[in-house]
Design a protein around this ligand. Structure first.
Ligand code: SF4
Length: 435
């Protein structure tokens, strides 16, 4: 989500005539788009800022901007801590960058963190990839997971209307983009703030409806979406994924814990049994689906046995990948005030243990690709080995293969090619091309 915001803000700067500086330390304008999901991400911001603030003392024309979730969370406090900052802007203000910069040019020091109706984005994002694009479909989150800072920094849910999303994707397709990832903090909430209901009382603007609506856009070959929430993940959505050819067989569904008491304390609104049913239905309809999740260890009060339940679920469900994190208390979240916080050494120990299991499971799970022929979307050169190209399978596996094809020509980014998998590692694959 942050990366998508960065690309849009870079697009605005570009449309204002800014060009990219060779190095951050030589730039006339520096914008840090920040993340506050964990404490160490937040601390990094302060070290970068310190360096730029020093530079500003000798170069008063330098414009210093802090955007994103740390900006939203800290607001004016950031100005007290680093008075050299010109503009503090929360994520809901990303599309207003040009207006806010005009105020800075008029000599103001600006803080834009008030709740804001996100404007339909008219600027063209400066996207890092020419093949795969992120498309925001819903901003904000109305959930109240007790560990999570997102609702307080990204505000209430705001869905974009389907027609705007459709025309953005059509525009991307006409510029050669082949893969679209629909984005939302809780993408299953898409459309619940939009009008539209059938006679039977079903909403007509759901994520499932959106997938059907955008599916026939010419030129787009693959569609993904993230991030799913087990509480709202519907059977209708799974059916649509099985039925719609362009929707990739990859599901990222965070489970967070394998223990129901911890899930309740986290305020997640589902049980592990419900989660398992979702996975069973996916595997029933789409046997080859790749499934990833997120897990938090050492949540306040988590006992050793409850932690073991999380390990058990990873072993039982055989995930392709699990993003793991040790619980990090975040400002303005209920769980950060609870007295049953766990000590650092337990966090470190549990994180190490879960990561070890995740790696073993991913390696085992990846062996199913050995010898298979997979469709890979060519993204570009492997930065670590220039003789190779890289791309992703439909299951989102990063795959490396030789740059040249049999006719000794080179593949082009954006091509869909067939790769026979000859080597599997826990989180990536290698192979030879067969077309
Ligand atoms: S659904 Fe996701 S973004 Fe929303 S509060 Fe829960 S963890 Fe945070």
């Amino acid at each position: 989500m942050n990366k998508a915001d960065s690309e849009r803000m870079a697009g605005i700067l570009q449309s204002m005539g800014y060009t990219e500086a060779e190095e951050e330390i030589k730039a006339d304008l520096v914008l840090y788009n920040t993340c506050t999901i964990r404490d160490n991400a937040e601390q990094k911001v302060y070290s970068y800022l310190g360096r730029q603030a020093k530079r500003k003392k000798n170069n008063p024309h330098l414009k210093l901007i802090i955007a994103g979730c740390v900006a939203q969370q800290e607001g004016e406090r950031l100005l007290r801590r680093v008075p050299e900052i010109d503009l503090v802007m929360g994520p809901q203000h990303a599309n207003r960058l040009e207006t806010l910069l005009t105020q800075v040019d008029n000599g103001q020091q600006v803080v834009a963190t008030e709740d804001h109706q996100i404007l339909e984005d008219l600027t063209t994002a400066r996207r890092d990839s020419k093949i795969c694009a992120w498309v925001n479909v819903i901003y904000g989150c109305n959930e109240r997971c007790t560990y999570c800072v997102v609702p307080s920094v990204r505000g209430k849910e705001q869905s974009r209307i389907p027609e705007s999303i459709h025309s953005e994707i059509e525009g991307l397709a006409s510029r050669g983009y082949k893969e679209i990832t629909l984005l939302g903090q809780n993408i299953d909430a898409y459309g619940r703030d939009l009008p539209g209901i059938t006679k039977e009382g079903r909403r007509t603007n759901t994520l499932t409806d959106l997938l059907h609506y955008i599916h026939n856009i010419k030129g787009v070959e693959r569609i993904r979406f993230a991030t799913s929430h087990p509480r709202y993940f519907s059977s209708r959505l799974i059916d649509a994924c099985a039925q719609l050819e362009k929707v990739c067989e990859h599901f990222h569904i965070p489970f967070q814990s394998g223990n129901n008491e911890i899930l309740k304390a986290m305020g997640r609104g589902y049980t592990i049994e419900k989660y398992k049913k979702i996975i069973a239905r996916i595997r029933d309809l789409i046997p080859n689906a790749s499934i990833s999740g997120d897990a938090i260890v050492a949540f306040p009060g988590e006992s050793e046995a409850q932690f073991k339940d999380t390990l058990k679920i990873i072993d039982e469900l055989q995930f392709d990948q699990v993003n793991t994190a040790a619980y990090s208390p975040r400002p303005n979240t209920p769980a950060s005030n609870w007295p049953n916080q766990l000590p650092e050494e337990i966090k470190v120990k549990r994180l190490k243990e879960i990561n070890h299991l995740v790696e073993l499971t991913a390696r085992k799970r990846n062996t199913r690709y050995q010898g298979l022929i997979e469709e890979v979307l060519v993204e570009g050169i492997n930065p670590k080995d220039k003789t190779q190209l890289m791309g992703r399978t439909r299951g989102n596996r990063l795959t490396f293969f030789p740059r040249k094809n049999l006719q000794n020509g080179s593949y082009n980014p954006g091509e869909l090619i067939k790769v026979k998998i000859t080597e599997v590692r826990p989180f990536s694959l290698s192979g030879i091309t067969i077309n």
